[in-house]
Design a protein around this ligand. Structure first.
Ligand SMILES: Nc1ncnc2c1ncn2[C@@H]1O[C@H](COP(=O)(O)OP(=O)(O)OP(=O)(O)O)[C@@H](O)[C@H]1O
Ligand SMILES: [Mg+2]
Length: 361
């Protein structure tokens, strides 16, 4: 479709359009004299105002980029896309040079669009890592179940008691797999923005007490004390109560898993400036400093053998997805989640939520 409505000032519309782009755009002539730069292009060149009579090769110091643009300009009238990767610096650009129509001096103008591909590359790598992780995590219980089933075949007629134990073990592996698949689906729903949230004012003290009531039986079974610490009265957070309850339950579940008998867990909440802070503090085994920044990554678990062997049986193994989901949920609310820990002394997980603004009816 061509733009032919004469009542529109196309130059103005074109400039506004270029300004609306988030990628740097330059408009140059054949001599590389810059006729226009949008805001991201100014930022790229560390300029605050449009320079007069500057040339592209004076603005962009990298000779390779300039050479690339020159070659493309000479190539003629077609749109050209070139990839530019700068060694190991992590800089990766896609440069698109498009011939525009001639100006009044019969000189062809060109637009140079620079797209940053580094972020895209990083996401691609993250996706590949994720797929590799998922395949690995799925194959472990699948292999276990297959081996169990094979052994079961051998003993089913000769040793019914043992066979029953094997059936139970297979059920456990299948349960674990089902749990992991549903957590993965949940994570992808949140990430793609498909999770519907109902944000309402929720009473912070109430949600802490409810989490405590729900987790008390498990804590008692594992002989850890579970307490609450509610520092202000009736403060309200703006949140989806079901989702936040799941985050709290997950944090407390972790705390129970990684706190040996005789330990103590506190679920608390305080009002801090304009944020409601929730925390779960335990006196458990702690997390090594080097692992702390990674605990919210999908599938990340510290020392797998330890968490599996010493604490709550197979459940203690977990899938390593709980905290990744918690982070997604908290961030979808506009909050933040963080972890502090000292090995041998305990861990504290804290997250914030916006405070509910209540309007009088
Ligand atoms: N309170 C805690 N104390 C010590 N380590 C913890 C604590 N909470 C989490 N971790 C460490 O962080 C890892 C990731 O926790 P996360 O909740 O994501 O996974 P998980 O509990 O292993 O499995 P899932 O929650 O999916 O069943 C845990 O495996 C554990 O190594
Ligand atoms: Mg967990």
């Amino acid at each position: 479709m061509r733009l032919t409505d004469l009542s529109i000032d196309y130059q103005d519309a074109f400039e506004k359009f270029l300004e609306a782009l988030s990628e740097p755009v330059f408009i140059v002539d054949r001599s590389l004299l810059i006729h226009f730069m949008n805001q991201p292009a100014l930022q790229l060149c560390a300029l605050s105002t449009f320079p007069t009579k500057e040339h592209f090769d004076q603005m962009i110091s990298d000779a390779d980029v300039v050479q690339l643009v020159r070659e493309t300009l000479q190539a003629g009238t077609l749109i050209k896309k070139r990839r530019y990767d700068k060694g190991r610096s992590g800089i990766s650009w896609r440069i698109t040079v498009t011939p525009l129509s001639q100006n009044t001096n019969q000189d062809v103008l060109f637009s140079i669009l620079i797209e940053d591909m580094a972020e895209l590359q990083r996401l691609e790598h993250a996706q590949q890592d994720f797929l590799a992780n998922v395949s690995h995590e799925l194959s472990t219980p699948l292999t276990a179940a297959r081996l169990l089933a094979e052994t079961l075949e051998d003993i089913i007629d000769t040793d019914p008691d043992k066979a029953q134990q094997f059936v139970e073990k297979i059920e456990k592996e299948v349960q674990y797999l089902t749990g992991m698949v549903s957590e993965l689906l949940e994570l992808s729903r949140i990430e793609s923005g498909q999770l519907s949230m109902t944000i309402e004012p929720i009473e912070s003290a109430q949600i802490v007490r409810e989490a405590m009531a729900r987790m008390l039986p498990l804590a008692q079974r594992h002989r850890v004390r579970l307490l609450t610490d509610i520092q202000q009265g009736k403060t309200m957070a703006a949140a989806d109560s079901k989702l936040i309850m799941r985050v709290l339950v997950n944090l407390v579940h972790n705390a129970i898993k990684f706190t040996p008998s005789g330990g103590k867990i506190v679920i608390g909440t305080t009002l801090q400036k304009d944020q409601q802070r929730f925390f779960v503090q335990d006196t458990g085994i702690g997390i090594p400093a080097g692992d702390l920044p990674r605990v919210f990554e999908r599938f990340f678990k510290t020392d797998r053998a330890r968490s599996k062997a010493d604490f709550i049986g197979p459940g203690g193994g977990g899938t390593g997805l709980g905290l990744a989901i918690a982070r997604q949920v908290v961030e979808a609310h506009g909050g933040r989640i963080m972890a502090e820990s000292i090995v041998g002394e305990g861990s504290t997980f804290t997250f914030t939520l916006p405070v509910a603004v209540l309007h009088d009816a």
